[in-house]
Ligand binder design. Structure first.
Ligand code: HEC
Ligand SMILES: [Cu+2]
Length: 480
């Protein structure tokens, strides 16, 4: 009897203790991140942009080994323009590091023996002096290891902090480290890594050859190049990032600077969610998000319609003249409710002229009855549609918009020219010996208008006087 009582008592005491412990662990507000236990160890997957490592998912905090090699190397900044980059892991930005809260990161920084300079690393995700910089200074041919615990979830910049700091950053020494919250970020279909940076070269933008760093321009914040992922064209044409209609896309966007802040925008998309400054506050329904130098943002949106969506720094001359332009190509079914495409076009005469209707909708606009008329009507189309880029005199703008004046490219192939006006054009082309690699948007014009404008262009500025007819345009449009 006595024995049984004491057993029961012991058991009930045990149960209440266990309950109390359980309750305490539930009631405990967010665990002190410094006390999150780590189990096991693993080698971190590191990726070069625009790829990101696999999500942490539900894995427990662990000892995460990061091995980063510093590489100084020559690479292309733009077509024909070369630059000596200093890199974390061989790319600009450097390798993406993906951790979760509570991880103990064992960070090994290796400075390749062929390198010329000492470097170090300051990770904004580190709580400690210099963000690791004071412990990580490493000479060529050496390696150092230090360790830190990730205490705050978010997206953080890392960069070299060796004097002159600005120069090390300007040469490409930055990247992103993500600290995921417990349980990981919500699942999305696509994730990409993009980082803006400004570059300062002795020669002006586009001047070919190996370009040295220009300290005076850097101090003046007078950038020759403002680019995503280290070079002009890193995310355009065949390098574009991709998604399918209906998918959710998450962009980890950083800004290495060294000087400029980024007004990050995707033309034709609205950010459903933005983790402002890479932190925990989520803003919704954002058009353009400001990313400070040495800062980041996580941007999420669903793609509802197909097309090419252009990523820019909306300080817009940087996008169209200094390189801060990328592309997200979305494939899939059209959704005419979300976006109709062009339904109707008329000529808008504020002073009260007649509205011209598209053929098919109503009897067409005035049809040219002679070549002279075609040229005259074409000139009107040109001065409304083409001249902003190709310029009123057809001279174009060096390294941005190719000339139509005396253009060997234009004169060589009329079908190709028609196709360009119908479909737009991206990718490298050579016009009169100069390379262009930019974007011409599709021009929403009728066959008649395209015939007119191209006839005008072919009869202007020393071109070969080809006459383009609406029939020719229709044939190209139908794929013949
Ligand atoms: C938004 C700027 C823009 C507009 C507007 C524009 N273009 Fe272009 N165009 C470009 C760019 C940029 C290229 C080069 C594309 C590339 O690099 O692949 C180009 C290339 C061309 C080319 C081939 C290259 C050459 O120089 O011969 C032709 C022809 C052309 N455009 C004609 C036109 C015509 C005609 C119009 C008006 C109906 C027009 N473009 C409107 C930007 C534009
Ligand atoms: Cu450095």
């Amino acid at each position: 009897m006595h024995k049984r009582t004491s057993q029961t008592m012991r058991l009930s005491k045990f149960i209440s203790l266990a309950l109390a412990a359980m309750l305490a662990s539930c009631a405990q507000p967010a665990t002190d991140p410094t006390t999150i236990p780590v189990s096991g160890e693993m080698v971190a997957e590191l990726t070069s942009p625009p790829i990101v490592p696999a999500p942490v998912g539900s894995r427990k905090a662990t000892k995460l080994k990061v091995e980063m090699e510093i590489v100084e190397k020559e690479a292309e900044m733009a077509d024909g323009v070369r630059y000596i980059y200093w890199t974390f892991g061989g790319s600009v930005p450097g390798k993406f590091i993906r951790t979760r809260i509570g991880d103990e990161v064992a960070f090994t920084l290796k400075n390749h023996p062929d390198n010329k300079l000492p470097h170090n690393i300051d990770l904004h995700a580190v709580t400690g002096p210099g963000g690791g910089a004071t412990s990580s200074f490493v000479a060529p041919g050496h390696q150092i290891t230090f360790s830190f615990k990730t205490l705050n979830p978010g997206l953080y910049v890392y960069h070299c902090a060796t004097a002159p700091v600005g120069m090390h950053i300007a040469n490409g020494m930055y990247g992103l480290i993500l600290v995921e919250p417990e349980g990981g970020l919500p699942k999305v279909d696509r994730e990409y890594y993009i980082m803006q940076g400004d570059f300062y070269t002795k020669g002006e933008n586009g001047q070919p050859g190996l370009q040295p760093f220009d300290m005076a321009k850097a101090i003046d914040e007078d950038a020759d190049y403002v680019v995503f992922n280290g070079r002009v064209g890193s995310l355009t044409g065949d390098n574009a990032i991709t998604a399918n209609v209906g998918e959710t896309v998450r962009l980890f966007v950083g800004n290495g600077g060294p000087n400029l802040v980024s007004s990050f925008h995707v033309i034709g998309e609205i950010f459903d969610k933005v983790h402002i400054e890479g932190g925990s506050v989520i803003n919704e329904n954002v058009q353009t998000t400001l990313i400070p130098a040495g800062g980041a943002a996580i941007v999420e949106f669903k793609v509802e319609v197909p097309g090419t969506f252009i990523l820019v720094d909306h300080s817009i001359f940087r996008a169209f003249n200094k390189g801060a332009l990328g592309m997200l190509k979305v494939q899939g079914e059209e959704n005419k409710t979300v976006y109709s495409g062009k339904q109707q076009e008329g000529i808008y005469h504020p002073e009260g002229g007649t509205i011209q209707k598209m053929p098919g909708e109503a009897p067409a606009a005035r049809k040219a009855s002679s070549v002279a008329e075609r040229i005259e009507f074409g000139k009107q189309v040109y001065s409304k549609t083409c001249f902003a880029c190709h310029q009123p005199d057809g001279q174009g703008i060096p390294s941005a918009f190719p000339p139509l004046a005396n253009s060997d490219y234009l004169n060589a192939d009329v079908k190709r020219a028609i196709k360009i006006v119908i479909e737009g054009k991206t990718g490298e082309i050579i016009v009169n010996g100069k390379k262009y690699n930019s974007v011409m948007t599709a021009q929403a014009l009728t066959d008649e208008e395209i015939a007119n404008v191209l006839t005008y262009v072919y009869h202007s500025w020393g071109n070969n006087k080809t006459v383009v007819t609406p029939k020719m345009v229709a044939r190209v449009r139908s794929g013949h």
